[in-house]
Design a protein around this ligand. Structure first.
Ligand SMILES: [Mn+2]
Length: 381
């Protein structure tokens, strides 16, 4: 065993600058800008079709490829795939964006949406939502992959469009939130982080950027303050005492599943909503699908038993969109390769739509907290 870490040497360089494929994975197609007028690109031939038909895009939305497209079409939400999974537990989250695109099992129309039953709001009609394609990924390097993700998220947000990143492993939280801090300012954004895991380790096998460390990097670099970090759903065997003490020193608002067991979900949800609004103007939601119990979301790289149910998670996702000023969303750790059923993409799709419904509720002027349409509750009387 070596006495020290191997450093790159002239005899054994980690990267070969003379290799013409060194950065080929992130070279854009030159004619992407083309001569076409900027705007949304509708990939499907017909305005109405059923879920299994047509070319799969996020929520069957049209595509945009450049910032000029987003501006020309006044896009509200741009969904960006980022299929990097080099540091996930069981690899396969790289297929998460494709799984989400392919598993709209019941969305019947391309041009319009569906009214959310409990709120009578149709997010896909209220909001202009597009598929912004995928970020480039160097499948051998998390470090090299996060930089183009940060640039693309910044590119989206600079047009006034909200980025919605679909991963991919949770390393993405670092470039996603850092990009928004580049625009809104350091310390200006709060994060509500749904996860079975704390993701605030100082390093993982010596790596500063991995799916176990993004929270630590964001706080160390001043992008987010610890007191504006709200964590929901933590369980299992981490963090250790040292890291938990660090989190407490930083002022984290963490909610272990122990709190749900002792006091019930309603109280935890109310606290998380209050904390999300405490001291910042902007909010980012980071949804690790493993916050759900593996019974509902087995398709993830590091499953942990005894998680949240969709009945607990969905109202909180909707309320964060409706009652707070969201500036970005990520949905990560969706790994269809370890789920032989379609249940995880199904529940992930619905989670995405709950957040978008909340954003649409806010857009339509619904300001009542915990709003549900009266017809949803009066059993027809
Ligand atoms: Mn995570």
């Amino acid at each position: 065993m070596a006495d020290s870490d191997p450093e790159p040497t002239p005899e054994f360089p980690h990267l070969n600058p003379s290799d013409p494929t060194l950065s080929a994975w992130r070279e854009p197609i030159p004619n992407l800008q083309g001569d076409r007028p900027p705007g949304l690109i509708h990939l499907n031939r017909y305005p109405i079709g059923m879920a299994p038909h047509g070319i799969a895009t996020f929520l069957q939305r049209p595509v945009a490829m450049t910032a000029a497209d987003l501006s020309a079409a006044n896009v509200d939400v741009a969904m960006l795939g980022a299929g990097m999974d080099m540091s996930s537990g069981m690899r396969g989250a790289g297929y998460g964006p494709r799984a989400l695109r392919a598993h709209d099992t019941y969305l019947p129309t391309v041009q319009s949406g569906l009214t959310h039953q409990h709120t009578r709001v149709d997010a896909l009609s209220e909001l202009v939502i597009c598929d912004y394609g995928d970020a480039p990924v160097d499948p051998d390097s998390t470090y090299r992959s996060v930089e183009p993700v940060r640039a693309l998220v910044r590119e989206i947000a600079e047009t006034g469009t909200m980025p919605f990143i679909v991963g991919g492993d949770h390393s993405l939280m670092y470039p996603d939130v850092a990009a928004l801090a580049d625009i809104y300012g350091k310390g200006k954004i709060g994060v509500v982080h749904f996860d079975a895991h704390y993701d605030a380790g100082s390093a993982y096998l010596g790596h500063a950027i991995s799916h176990g460390t993004p929270v630590r990097r964001l706080i160390e670099q001043g992008h987010v303050s610890g007191k504006n970090f709200v964590q929901v759903g933590l369980r299992g065997y981490a963090p250790g005492d040292d890291d938990l003490a660090w989190m407490r020193d930083q002022g984290f608002r963490y909610h272990f599943m122990a709190e749900v067991e002792r006091y019930g979900w309603e109280r935890v949800m109310t606290r998380a909503l209050e904390e999300a609004a405490d001291g910042t103007d902007y909010l980012f939601v980071s949804l690790d699908i493993d916050v759900l119990d593996p019974a509902y979301a087995p398709g993830t790289g590091t499953p942990e038993p005894n998680g949240l149910t969709p009945r607990e998670l969905f109202p909180l996702l909707r309320r964060l969109g409706a009652e707070h000023n969201l500036v970005g969303i990520e949905l990560v750790e969706l790994n269809p390769l370890v789920d032989p059923t379609y249940v995880t993409p199904l529940v992930a799709n619905r989670a995405a739509r709950e957040m978008l419904t909340g954003i649409a509720m806010r857009r339509t002027g619904i300001s009542e907290p915990d709003y549900l349409h009266p017809w949803a509750l009066d059993h027809g009387q």
